[in-house]
Design a protein around this ligand. Structure first.
Ligand code: FAD
Length: 504
């Protein structure tokens, strides 16, 4: 969706009226701001609202739509589409649950997308320019650019700052595949504008974005081919977890082309043809649309970073220290433009860190945050803390406890036995250093383990947290029981036995 092109439907009109009102009158700039924030996605919005709430004079600059990727072309639209696709997933297994459907399942793709637009428009009220203006933030629309040691320019207005925050986010990386640009492709910026389902869809990249959308489109009726350079999908996740999702994909009819090096794309009468080299030989696939989910590129161009001596790298983004300060001590950065953890909640908490450090001489560190994440495939993979290989790199020896859902009553009742709760503790202790959950609602369950890590609650104590029966989250308590059983050494067992003999 673009601001320039008029919105095509009432939902998008409502959204634009909130997050980039066509009749917006820029405020008269204050003589000097405590904080000028460039970028009105999650990081920018949270920084601006938080700082203004504490009494700071704040200017927020957004060139496109407030809410950034998350609201407009990321989390919100993708989760809406995934919700519809999950209904299809449920109907696929209906017969195994004893429910017969009267006929074939029919998906009204247009209605799915229309619902998504409606929900997105409703959520857009949270990020509206008027709301932020009401919170005391001066909202400017246009390209923000540093022009002097303490000035940012936007649409001809010069804003003076004491401190500034770069929160310009990231965009889809366009892979350099010969013929791809000529053939045309979708990214997260355009895929949610579709009103008709592509009959045949190629997805390039099996990271979280590619996998979530590949499964959703497959369930909504597209024939999906997923190309990935790696040997298996989701290769940043726990291998066992990724394997479960990969099996689900194959089971649902997603064609996986792994170890693929895309050589070229061409347009033919029958569609767009992707030619790939794979370990098993060359593969060619004809599709109607190509969706690229092959990584993110930070938005650092055109910001005038050189003018203010802010170091950056066009791949990694703005260079920051652990306090999110750039090489210019008056300028901070937060969110996708500077962080490896490219998530909305990470941008949110980085913004809180920045407010304290930039305005209140705070010493808050990004590395002190416990940042979980979730990939919303079905089943979901949620993770917090370290993976095994990361712990090994840091020389941390682990004990690992795993509870498969095939042994959890509620998962059996739900017919959702594929998955597990896996918890890593520091060897010989119950200090949780990492956890992975693979479950239908893993994202809802990982919070308990994040809490444990954040609050320093050991795995042994999780065993005493009473969960309602039957729930899938009980698996976390059961992992705690597994740990506690290891405390029952032969010596303790002998002592217990002696006590019980004596008290008989
Ligand atoms: C398809 C998809 C699904 C996702 N799903 C999830 C999910 O389920 N959960 C999750 O946690 N994360 C998810 N993410 C990631 C999440 O959207 C991002 O991590 C989050 O939006 C980052 O926020 P940000 O503020 O750093 O950047 P952005 O949201 O990208 O915001 C940056 C803003 O800066 C503006 N800007 C850029 N340059 C300038 C300039 N020079 N002047 C003025 N403004 C400028 C941009 O227009 C943009 O609005 C998803 C992403 C995608 C693409």
């Amino acid at each position: 969706m673009t601001v320039e092109a008029p919105a095509k439907n009432s939902h998008d009109l409502e959204l634009v009226a909130n997050v980039h009102p066509p009749d917006w009158r820029p405020p008269i700039p204050a003589p000097r701001y405590n904080l000028v924030v460039i970028g009105g996605g999650t990081a920018g919005l949270v920084t601006a609202a938080g700082a203004a709430g504490l009494g700071a004079r704040v200017a927020l600059i957004e060139r496109h739509l407030l809410g950034g990727d998350c609201l407009n072309v990321g989390c919100v639209p993708s989760k809406c589409v995934i919700r519809s696709s999950r209904v299809v997933g449920d109907l696929r297994v209906a017969a195994s649950l004893g429910v017969r459907l009267p006929g074939a399942v029919e998906v009204d793709f247009g209605a799915v997308m229309e619902r998504m637009r409606g929900v997105r428009a409703r959520i857009s009220h949270h990020d509206s320019a008027r709301r932020f203006s009401g919170l005391g933030v001066d909202v400017f629309f246009g390209d923000g650019r540093f022009t002097g040691r303490d000035t940012v320019e936007v649409n001809g207005a010069s804003l003076r700052f004491k401190k500034a925050v770069i929160a310009t986010g990231a965009r889809a990386r366009h892979p350099m595949i010969p013929g791809l640009a000529e053939a045309g492709f979708l990214t997260n910026e355009t895929v949610f504008e579709l009103t008709e389902r592509p009959r045949r869809l190629a997805v390039i990249g099996a990271g979280p974005i590619g996998c979530e959308l590949a499964q959703a489109f497959r369930r909504l009726g597209s024939e999906v081919t997923l190309f990935h350079t790696g040997g298996h999908i989701l290769n940043r996740e726990d291998t066992g977890a990724a394997e479960i999702v990969q099996r689900a994909f194959i089971d649902e009819g997603i064609r996986l082309v792994l170890g693929a090096k895309l050589a070229r794309v061409e347009r033919a009468a029958a569609g767009k043809v992707l030619h790939a080299e794979t370990p098993a030989g060359p593969v060619s696939v004809i599709v109607d649309e190509i969706l690229v989910g092959a990584g993110r590129v930070p938005n650092v161009d055109g910001l005038g970073l050189e003018a203010v001596s802010v170091a950056y790298d066009s791949r990694e983004g703005v260079t920051v220290d652990d306090r999110l300060q750039t090489s210019n001590p008056r300028i901070y950065a937060a969110g996708d433009v500077c962080m490896a953890a490219k998530f909305t909640h990470a941008a949110d908490f980085a913004a809180r860190t920045v407010i304290q450090n930039a305005l209140f001489l705070g010493r808050k560190k990004l590395s002190a945050l416990t940042i979980p994440w979730c990939t919303y495939t079905d089943p979901e993979i949620a993770h917090v803390g370290l993976h095994e290989h990361q712990a090994a790199k840091r020389g941390i020896a682990l004990d690992t406890y795993v509870r498969p859902f095939s042994e959890v009553d509620r998962a059996m009742a739900d017919g959702e036995e594929e998955g597990f709760v896996k918890v890593h503790v520091r060897k010989g202790t119950d200090e949780i250093v990492g956890a992975t959950i693979v479950a239908r609602h893993a994202g809802e369950m990982i919070g308990e383990l994040s809490l444990a890590i954040t609050a320093g609650i050991g795995l042994g104590r999780l065993a005493s947290v009473i969960h309602p029966y039957p729930t899938q989250a009980e698996a976390i308590r059961q992992v705690g029981d597994m740990y506690n059983r290891t405390r029952l050494t032969p010596k303790v067992k002998r002592l217990f036995a002696a006590w019980l003999r004596w008290t008989r």
